[in-house]
Design a protein around this ligand. Structure first.
Ligand SMILES: CC(C)(COP(=O)(O)OP(=O)(O)OC[C@H]1O[C@@H](n2cnc3c(N)ncnc32)[C@H](O)[C@@H]1OP(=O)(O)O)[C@@H](O)C(=O)NCCC(=O)NCCS
Length: 186
């Protein structure tokens, strides 16, 4: 079971970059989260959607990334049977490329493993190269296309899966990514 003290603090997964900490999302974060969400290219989530998601705390993990008091990113995962489905992940545009998304993914996947999940899935726009690159690093591979899934922007979704996230090999993969976060940004 994930607890806040596993993900907050200078030695916790995904939180060792100067200034960046991860913590569970609460209603207090939602104004800042919505400001980031407003940049979404398609179907930005409403306040009501976030509130509804946060209420399902046994079946969801939502995290925010903070730099000091500023929320700079967030992400979430939902648990269905043994599958952890990434529901959302976003970083404020001016902080893209600083590995904040990667930190969030490490923490979300560790939370999913703690919850007993065996695999993870997600949907992503076919043209979203940064996100697809990030997901591939986490072992997600394309499993299918949902045509016109993002109808507002006329784009298909790629469905991606990472299997066997409960294995030692996958834990090593996460640890390798975690370790790379301590290295200077290339
Ligand atoms: C996808 C997203 C969350 C990644 O967060 P981030 O903090 O910028 O990403 P990171 O710095 O951890 O880098 C992750 C990957 O994206 C790549 N990347 C980041 N910014 C990039 C950019 N502007 N152009 C190209 N690639 C980029 C990095 O090279 C990295 O690839 P790698 O893992 O192969 O090294 C962020 O780009 C974002 O918020 N996008 C808008 C919302 C979105 O598309 N969410 C995903 C919905 S499925």
């Amino acid at each position: 079971m994930m607890t806040p003290d596993r993900i907050v603090g200078p030695t916790s997964p995904g939180s060792t970059a100067p200034g960046i900490t991860l913590e569970p999302m609460t209603r207090d974060h939602l104004a800042a989260v919505l400001a980031i969400e407003a940049h979404a290219l398609h179907r930005p989530w409403s306040l009501a959607t976030f509130v509804r998601e946060l209420a399902q705390e046994n079946e969801r993990t939502y995290l925010v990334a903070r730099d000091g008091d500023a929320v700079v990113g967030f992400g979430g995962i939902m648990y269905v049977l043994d599958e952890g489905h990434i529901t959302t992940i976003s970083v404020t545009p001016e902080r893209h490329g600083e590995r904040i998304g990667t930190r969030l993914m490490v923490a979300l996947l560790r939370a999913a493993i703690d919850k007993g999940m065996v695999s993870s899935s997600l949907e992503v726009r076919t043209g979203n190269d940064p996100a697809i690159s990030m997901y591939r690093r986490f072992g997600y591979t394309p499993a299918g296309i949902r045509p016109n899934y993002y109808a507002e922007v006329g784009e298909d979704a790629v469905v991606m899966w990472a299997h066997d996230i409960n294995t030692v090999a996958y834990s090593r993969r996460l640890q390798h990514i975690q370790d790379s976060l301590e290295e200077p940004n290339p």
